[in-house]
Design a protein around this ligand. Structure first.
Ligand code: SF4
Length: 342
C-alpha cells in the first residue's frame, strides 16, 4: 500500500487577543489507501483542527500554519492557494461534518447539492448528475431515492440527512474522506448503520478514511489504526488491537477507563479528573502532566520522545524510559477482561 497522505510535524495556531493558541503542535501521521485512521481525543485536543487544516478550512487569519507540511499525492497542501484547494476539496478529499442540519444547505434540494460537485468536478450535465444522484442516494440506503432526491434537508430524518451528507461527500469518489464525529448526533442503531455503510463504501471504492471521534466504541467498530491526541499532540498511536489491548500511555488508559463496559458491573463511568491544558500557555513538558496520576518531575519540563513499541505502535511517555518506575495499567483500562499488557 502506498502512502496517500503524509502529515509531517504540523503545527496550527490561532492569534487571539493578547495570545497565540497553539491548537496543533507538531503532529505527524500517515494514511494509506483503503485504510481508516481514527483520531481520538477530548474536545480541544486538536483533532478537528488537524482535519480542517488538511481541507484548508481554517480561516486565516486568525488561524495560521505555524510549521510542517501536509503531503497529498506528493504535493504540500499548506502551499496551495484557495483556487487550487477548490479543485481538490470535494473531488480528491471530502469531509462529512458532525451536524448535517447546519452543513447541508436548507434552501437547496438534496439532489442539487449532490449534483453541484458532479457538474463542477466531473463535467457531468445536469441530467447525468441527477441520475448519478439517484444512484448515490440508493447506495447510501435512502428509500425511494427517485422522489427523495427532489426534497429539501428538513424533509429528511436525522439519519437520512447524515446519509445524504455521505452521498455528497462520496459523489466524486474522493481518495480521502474525513469524517468529523459523523455519528455523534445519531442514536446507536443509526450510528451502527452509518458505520457499516462507511465500511462497505470503503471496500467498494477504496477510499481512505480519517475518522475524528471522542468515542472509542466507534473506533473499535470502524478503524484500522488509531492516533490518540491530547493537548495538540499525538501521544500514542497504534493498530486498534494495540490501543485497546496493549495501551501504554496514561491518557489512553484514562480514555479506555471512561468507556462503558458490559462485563465490569461498575455502575459509574470513570472520568479523567481535571481539565485539558490551556493551549495559549501549554505545559513545557508532557501535556497530560497536570492530570496524570503517574507524573514525575521530568514530565513537567521535558516532552518525552516517542518510544517505538512495534512497527505500528509508538507512545510518548516518560514511563517507558528505562529509569522510570514500572507501572501497570489500572484495571479500568483492561478491555474485555483480558490482562494482555506486556
Ligand atoms: Fe504521565 Fe509523565 Fe507519561 Fe506524561 S510523560 S503521561 S505526565 S507519566
Amino acid at each position: 500500500m502506498s502512502k496517500l497522505l503524509k502529515v509531517n510535524d504540523l503545527s496550527v495556531s490561532f492569534d487571539t487577543y493578547g495570545s497565540e493558541v497553539k491548537a496543533v503542535r507538531g503532529v505527524s501521521f500517515e494514511l494509506d489507501e483503503k485504510e481508516t485512521l481514527a483520531i481520538v481525543g477530548e474536545s480541544g485536543s486538536g483533532k478537528s483542527v488537524t482535519s480542517q487544516a488538511i481541507m484548508q478550512l481554517i480561516p486565516m487569519p486568525p488561524g495560521k500554519f505555524a510549521g510542517g507540511s501536509i503531503m497529498f499525492e506528493g504535493e504540500d497542501l499548506t502551499q496551495k492557494s484557495e483556487t487550487q484547494m477548490q479543485g481538490i476539496r470535494g473531488k480528491d478529499i471530502s469531509m462529512i461534518f458532525q451536524d448535517p442540519m447546519t452543513s447541508l444547505n436548507p434552501t437547496m434540494t438534496v439532489g442539487k447539492q449532490i449534483a453541484e460537485g458532479l457538474v463542477k468536478h466531473q463535467n457531468m450535465s445536469k441530467n447525468e448528475a441527477h441520475k448519478r444522484g439517484v444512484e448515490l442516494l440508493k447506495l447510501v440506503g435512502i428509500p425511494n431515492p427517485e422522489a427523495r432526491i427532489n426534497q429539501y434537508p428538513h424533509q429528511y430524518s436525522g439519519g437520512m440527512r447524515q446519509r445524504a451528507m455521505i452521498a455528497i461527500a462520496l459523489a466524486c469518489n474522493p481518495k480521502v474522506l474525513i469524517a468529523d464525529e459523523p455519528t455523534t448526533a445519531l442514536d446507536v442503531t443509526i450510528q451502527a448503520q452509518i458505520l457499516d455503510l462507511m465500511r462497505a463504501l470503503q471496500e467498494k471504492t477504496g477510499t481512505a478514511i480519517i475518522l475524528i471521534t471522542h468515542d472509542l466504541g466507534v473506533v473499535a467498530n470502524a478503524a484500522h489504526r488509531v492516533a490518540v491526541m491530547y493537548g495538540g499532540k499525538i501521544v500514542e498511536t497504534g493498530t486498534v488491537d494495540e490501543i485497546f489491548y496493549k495501551p501504554k500511555h496514561p491518557y489512553t488508559w484514562g480514555l479506555l477507563g471512561s468507556m462503558p463496559k458490559l462485563d465490569s458491573g461498575a455502575e459509574e463511568l470513570q472520568a479523567i479528573p481535571g481539565s485539558p491544558p490551556d493551549l495559549a500557555d501549554p505545559p513545557k513538558g508532557c501535556p497530560f502532566v497536570t492530570r496524570c496520576p503517574y507524573a514525575m518531575k521530568v514530565c513537567e519540563n521535558h516532552m518525552p520522545d516517542y518510544t517505538e513499541l512495534s512497527d505500528t505502535q509508538k507512545t510518548a511517555c516518560w514511563l517507558l524510559d528505562e529509569r522510570a518506575p514500572k507501572v501497570e495499567p489500572p484495571e479500568s483500562a483492561v478491555v474485555g477482561g483480558a490482562k494482555v499488557h506486556e
